[in-house]
Write a new protein. Structure first.
Lengths: 98, 297
């Protein structure tokens, strides 16, 4: 009998690719939890629980990571989520008055 | 990040990439491919060499693969039902087609793909996909492995297409000294850093409730920038002048709307364009806070 080895991982998912990521999670029956929402950065922190022995789950996670890293590439972000070509990351436009 | 192994679409050199949409091994190849694309005339299906080049663009052909390549070439040339000519945009679609990518041991799906190729030709390609060597190469693993349908983001694909279609602009911002120097380069940077800031704002406000005053402020900023000496005497070859004008008109329209606050949402194509422009501009200038910028120098 195949042993279940569950693995919990957290992913920072930009809202722009959220629907694609959710599609991956639902289609592959991967349980997940939204741990947090960063409205300022427009990202969600999602925790997935996968079976490490299932190839489908491995591929799904690989797929998810590829989408997130591709998006980061177009955002010009490094893996850790920091801008690599930025002077100021803090934006506070709402405070500007007319 | 996981490295993906694939071959450069221009020279065929094996490369490792962290980005699934990366197609070329170096800027030189990317540039060469861009010039090739722009100098290639629309081809006909009777042109065997062109078809073969498109089918196996950039792929390493060892002996086994050469058999497959010949098969495809013969099939293409012997099909009499195919149209004589393909529209020019169709040739582009063929090059960007998923099967020019290195083979994956699982199926690839793009949720809604705009087919621009005439149906008989496309049907023919699907038939070839099932018979050519690339499918055979992974035949064994396909049987053994669990089938996984690889999901691609339509948004990311559209951004990649936009960046590739506007490679000229990307190149100008990557190598600005080839195109501008001295005070011209300063003007280009001055305008670009401000336009990048405006784009950041528009993307930031997307899908959120925005006070109309914010857009009034943005509109004032863009107008001030367009009235500035730097913008007026911008080099003639600056590629984003029309874009700036277009965005200013849109922002002005929103700023003049009667609602005190409203939900702001970008259309998909606008969002794709803005993300791609932000990507291109980030090569030239850093992101700077709106408050730190003077738009009316």
């Amino acid at each position: 009998m195949q042993q279940n080895v569950t693995q919990a991982k957290s992913h920072t998912v930009p809202v722009d690719v959220l629907m694609d990521v959710l599609g991956i999670l639902f289609n592959n029956d991967i349980p997940f939890l939204v741990d947090g929402i960063n409205e300022h950065e427009n990202t969600l922190l999602i925790r997935t629980t996968t079976n490490a022995k299932l190839t489908r789950h491995k591929k799904a996670l690989e797929n998810l990571k590829t989408l997130v890293s591709d998006y980061s590439y177009y955002r010009r972000e490094s893996e850790s989520g920091n801008f690599h070509n930025v002077e100021t990351t803090d934006r506070d436009y709402e405070d500007d008055d007319e | 990040m996981t490295d993906i192994k694939r071959n450069c679409l221009h020279c065929g050199t094996p490369m490792q990439t962290q980005r699934s949409t990366k197609k070329y091994c170096s800027d030189t190849c990317k540039q060469a491919a861009f010039y090739n694309r722009n100098t290639q005339p629309p081809f006909t299906l009777n042109d065997k060499e062109t078809i073969r080049a498109v089918e196996f663009e950039g792929e390493d052909l060892d002996e086994d693969h050469m058999d497959g390549a010949n098969t495809v070439q013969q099939e293409s040339s012997s099909d009499e039902q195919l149209p004589d000519k393909i529209p020019f945009n169709a040739s582009r679609s063929v090059r960007n087609y998923d099967d020019t990518e290195p083979p994956l041991p699982f199926n690839v799906r793009k949720s809604t793909y705009q087919q621009t190729i005439p149906e008989p030709y496309h049907a023919k390609r699907r038939e070839e996909d099932n018979t050519n060597v690339r499918s055979k190469r992974y035949h064994d693993t396909e049987v053994e492995e669990e089938t996984y349908e690889w999901v691609r983001s339509e948004l990311l694909d559209d951004i990649a297409d936009y960046v590739q279609d506007n490679y000229g602009t990307t190149e100008m911002f990557q190598y600005p000294k080839k195109y501008w120097y001295g005070s011209d380069l300063e003007k280009v940077k001055w305008v670009s850093v401000r336009f990048l800031c405006i784009i950041e704002n528009l993307l930031h406000f997307n899908n959120s409730n925005v006070d109309r005053r914010t857009f009034v402020l943005l509109n004032k900023a863009v107008k001030a920038m367009m009235d500035s000496w730097n913008y007026k005497y911008m080099p003639y070859n600056y590629p984003l002048k029309n874009e700036i004008r277009q965005q200013q008109q849109t922002i002005e329209k929103i700023a003049k709307s009667g609602d005190r606050s409203f939900r702001f949402a970008l259309k998909k194509e606008t969002k794709v364009k803005l993300i791609a422009l932000r990507f291109q501009l980030a090569d030239l200038v850093p992101r700077v806070k709106f408050k730190s910028l003077d738009f009316s120098k």
